[in-house]
Design a protein. Sequence first.
Length: 563
Amino acid sequence: MTDEKKVMFHEMELDDRILKAISQLGWPEPTLIQETAIPLLLEGKDVLMRARTGSGKTAAFAVPVIQKILNLKNTSKHQSIRALILSPSKELCGQITSVIGDLTIKCAREVRCIDISANGDTQTQKAILSDKPDIVVATPSRALVHLKANNMRLKEDLSMLVVDEADLIFSFGYEDEIKELLSHLPKIYQAVLASATLSDDVLSLKKIVLRNPVTLKLEEPELAPSSQLQHYHLFAEEDDKAAILYALLKLNLVRGKSIIFVRTVDRCYKLKLYLEQFKIGSCVLNSELPAAVRCLSVDQFNRGRYQIIVASDEKALEKPDGGILPIEERTKKKKQSSKRKKDKESGVSRGIDFQHVSNVINFDFPLDVNSYVHRAGRTARGNNQGSVLSFVSIREKPLMDAVEQHLSNGFKGQKVLQKYEFALEEVEGFRYRSRDAWRAVTRIAVREARLKEIKQELLNCKKLQGYFEENPSDLAALRRDKALHTVKVQQHLAHVPEYLLPAALRNEDIVEDQETVTEKPQVKKRKQNANFGSAKRHKYQARQNDPLKSFDVKKKKQTAGET
């Protein structure tokens, strides 16, 4: 489709209030999926839309939903729930509600939207649902709870059903809920399925939800093109991963906001505590955190409160071991995981709109191709640039080969995963610091970090405030509870002395001060290394009271002049 034929928002016969909201959001033109899907949905067709993550699918169905409700307001005399939007995770429900809120900023009184995905709020949600909001956003299980309790009735007035991230609905265990939920809907309604892939689960869902749908399978790769998204891999075993990550962050070789993916919840906390020892701030995101905390973490990350988020996306993996762990370890992990209650309505690597993410770092390599694709999809969204760096151990190489083969098929056989040039021997000093810091984060430290987080949640929980007011002794006991032994933070570790720097970076200022001397090859290679690119120039000026250092600089300058 050429630029001359591109359909703009103002040419789609949208309400002025929607157009003003779009203008306020700063969207200059629709994305490909928006340009294609919005007109079809405005015509009343059922649509199955498949487009890569970050392509604007949420707005592609949200705009027609809002427009349809505004149209119905002109003819209908009674208030009712007109649209039900289902999503597999609470984070996505919150994100969808936020997008709809932005798009209805100019018609908030006419179009009301609520999110009922949170657990434990049934009575409050019942009261809100009694007002019959125009749009209800929910996970399938929460929607079914309220339908069974007759807190909301959709049999007569529902006009639109939207299922977002349709390929995850079944994998999150919602197949039975979806089938039962459909019995509470009217015989005739418009339906939309939005998905990043067209898996067998999506095709099964298509049969039971859609009627004579238009299938939009845009001819675009699953991920952004190589000119926008660079993929790197680095072979490293467990002991070296932490040292390399420390060096990358402290030498500023990784720039911008980053998401670091690990394989388990415990490793989320282990990596967070490890980075804290070097005064590198981060927040964690995993399925065991309460939904409110997860949403807060994403919001703080998006607002720039944290530059690094450590996430586990174990929900996206059907096999927790991926077949690469020995039998003994698999059994052990299964026993450990069974003790903890995880929120099945949580997913990190899928769909959540992390904003302005420059880098995705796979500290633990993903256990399947789909997980890699969806992790990588957290960066290079829209027209932004991004990079993915994956640490790969020897036993994970088959997984990397499978990812390489899958990605190269989408890029016409071109090699996608480039080798990241990193000489570990140049940062040997970092390795010594790293080893001690990594070992300091014991299982006990991880467990106590988790307990500290739970304790903080209890103190901050609004629902418990009334209880604490009536039982102040319990609050005092909680506050006086024994201090947790967190990992000791040594102040000197936050500073990187010059002798720890690689030789290329240590002398970079000397090289730059000489017009006749060319850049060292090591420096030049780093400067060309994409988004994980150039090292920050550390300016260590010779001090007047240090004759040895001054003499050393002058000597090197003289030598350079002679050559």
